[in-house]
Design a protein around this ligand. Structure first.
Ligand SMILES: NC(=O)C1=CN([C@@H]2O[C@H](COP(=O)(O)OP(=O)(O)OC[C@H]3O[C@@H](n4cnc5c(N)ncnc54)[C@H](OP(=O)(O)O)[C@@H]3O)[C@@H](O)[C@H]2O)C=CC1
Ligand SMILES: CC(=O)[C@@H](O)[C@H](O)COP(=O)(O)O
Ligand SMILES: [Mn+2]
Length: 410
């Protein structure tokens, strides 16, 4: 077994940061971290999906060299910049503007940057992740989907230590892994809050409404990851993410339910010692560490209050009711494109649930059915891809088969 932890090279120069998904939960918290540590971080470019009004306000506050937006025109971006500048009483900024579906990929490789925070949602982050790595930038990775669907492709594009995990559990694992040598690691233990339906029966999951699924008990996050937390698909993705990041076999990665979300994950070593990373549930800590790695950012978040009585509890995951984790482990072992199918089917099913087309419990049921029906030899060959050769095109062909399969069903 080996573990690939982020590089330990430190630097005094301010990090020149690109934020992909700057208008989302991770992106806005990333900008808070940067605003609080202007000696350490400088924004050089921002990319968003559609929210040009927030992007324009961010541009006024952080003066990036470039902004990218996927689904607005340059005229719309310029109009938003002019309106935001008028509102703030400042001159209209004139960053370079990139628009269209490839905007995030171009911004990810921005030549004057050295660090990219990928805070986009979904496997649409794959090309930007690859672009950041190929440009030689450090990648602070919140967009777990790009690593999971790209798998070996993303790993091959990354130099040792180039990817720094931002996902709270993987940031915790990276920190705890520093406590021993790779060959001394026995198991990784990924904690799960259990989501809003912890302890629920299968029958209860049939009744879940979108509002209930979005009421996460401990974290305030975007729609997709919050829904995934409720279905435990997020934990399924995170087990595969840990396997890919740290090269630990799937049978040595466990999930334990910890409803307080204070112990963010643990590493058990061969001598029976377990190291845990502990902090209040606040993403600004793993974001700051991801941007500044290996240096810690002083005051990134308030630490635990040890003057107050508190209790942390741990319980096993009920895999009979929440089958996503074992389903993902089997999919990951089946072929190098099965997780692309798993993730794409889930993204489609989450949309179908929020649109009222399927029940909550049908999300994981749909993923299971699509993964079971997937035959890479048939799907990839019919898309002109050679099974066994992992390329971006093969990943996209597997995904588009999965998306079509879900759409034709619901
Ligand atoms: N939020 C959290 O606390 C955590 C999130 N993560 C992971 O981080 C990622 C982001 O999650 P979160 O911030 O919650 O999600 P949000 O839905 O809050 O934000 C998603 C961001 O992606 C942007 N986006 C969408 N499409 C594009 C595109 N084509 N090009 C560029 N940007 C695009 C959106 O822009 P716009 O709004 O303008 O359309 C938005 O800024 C996910 O992979 C999630 O699993 C992991 C751990 C914790
Ligand atoms: C904050 C973070 O990293 C999320 O991915 C979090 O893990 C969601 O919580 P649960 O999936 O454990 O409910
Ligand atoms: Mn997480």
């Amino acid at each position: 077994m080996s573990t690939q932890n982020p590089s330990t090279t430190s630097s005094d120069a301010a990090r020149r940061v690109v934020l992909l998904g700057s208008t989302g939960s991770i992106g806005t918290q990333g900008l808070e971290v940067i605003a609080a540590a202007p000696d350490r971080f400088e924004v050089v470019a921002l990319a968003a999906g559609a929210n040009v009004h927030l992007l324009a306000r961010q541009t006024i506050a952080f003066a990036p060299e470039a902004v990218g937006v996927a689904t607005a025109s340059e005229t719309q971006v310029r109009a938003a910049l002019a309106a935001a500048a008028a509102e703030a009483g400042v001159p209209t900024p004139e960053p370079q503007i990139v628009t269209g579906p490839d905007a995030a990929e171009l911004i990810a490789a921005w030549p004057t940057a050295d660090t990219v925070l990928n805070g986009m949602t979904g496997s649409i982050g794959l090309r930007p992740t690859l672009a950041a790595l190929r440009a030689g930038h450090r990648l602070a990775l919140a967009n777990k989907e790009s690593l999971i669907v790209g798998g070996a492709l993303v790993k091959a594009a990354a130099a040792p230590g180039q990817i720094v995990p931002v996902d709270s559990e993987h940031s915790a694992l990276a920190q705890a892994l520093a406590g021993g040598r790779a060959e001394e690691v026995s198991r990784l233990v990924v904690t799960a809050s259990g989501g809003p339906f912890r302890g629920a029966t299968a029958e209860r999951l049939r009744q879940v409404t979108p509002a209930q699924a979005l009421a996460h008990p401990t974290w305030d996050m975007g729609r997709v990851v919050t829904t995934n937390s409720a279905s435990l698909v997020n934990k399924a993705l995170e087990v595969i993410e840990a396997h890919l990041l740290f090269d630990v076999p799937l049978d040595r990665i466990d999930v334990v339910v910890h409803p307080q979300s204070v112990v963010h994950s643990m590493v058990e070593f061969v001598d029976g010692s377990t190291l845990a990373q502990v902090s209040p549930p606040d993403m600004r800590l793993p974001i700051a560490l991801g941007l500044g790695w290996p240096d810690r950012v002083p005051g990134a978040v308030p630490g635990c209050d040890w003057t107050q009585a508190t209790q942390w509890t741990f319980e096993p995951l009920n895999e009979q009711v929440f089958g996503a984790v074992s389903l993902a482990k089997a999919a990951c072992a089946a072929s190098d494109t099965h997780m692309a199918v798993f993730n794409a089917a889930n993204e489609e099913a989450v949309d179908a649930f929020h649109d009222g087309r399927i029940r909550f419990d049908q999300i994981v049921e749909t993923v299971r059915d699509v993964v079971e029906d997937y035959d890479p030899a048939v799907v990839l060959l019919s898309a002109g891809q050679a099974p066994g050769e992992l390329t971006v095109e093969a990943v996209l062909a597997a995904e588009s088969w999965a998306r079509e399969t879900v759409r034709s069903r619901w």
